[in-house]
Design a protein around this ligand. Structure first.
Ligand SMILES: [Zn+2]
Length: 90
């Protein structure tokens, strides 16, 4: 899997207020674009890029309505973010 961080407009995570300034596409090699889903590396909340690449929290209903494959992908990313936080604390 290719993880290539790209810069996005710096903004606070709506879930934890940590500053977000990059994103990594995980399912393809194309650039991140509005409408893409994401997971905050700091708190693991589910996000979605909107216009001008601002992120907002996904609602529980939106998560429930995602196709299984997409939801599983987000849960895998959340697990990766949990590992990142554990390593950060050591
Ligand atoms: Zn966060």
């Amino acid at each position: 899997m290719l993880w290539q961080n790209e810069q996005i407009a710096a903004q606070p995570c709506p879930g934890c207020n940590e500053q977000l300034d990059c994103a990594a596409p995980v399912s393809s090699e194309r650039a991140v674009k509005p409408g893409d889903y994401s997971v905050c590396i700091y708190c693991g909340c589910f996000l979605r890029f909107g216009s001008e690449m601002r992120v907002r929290l996904l609602t529980i209903l939106e998560v429930a309505e995602l196709p299984d494959e997409r939801r599983i992908g987000l849960l895998r990313m959340r697990r990766t973010s949990e590992r990142f936080r554990r390593e950060r604390q050591q």
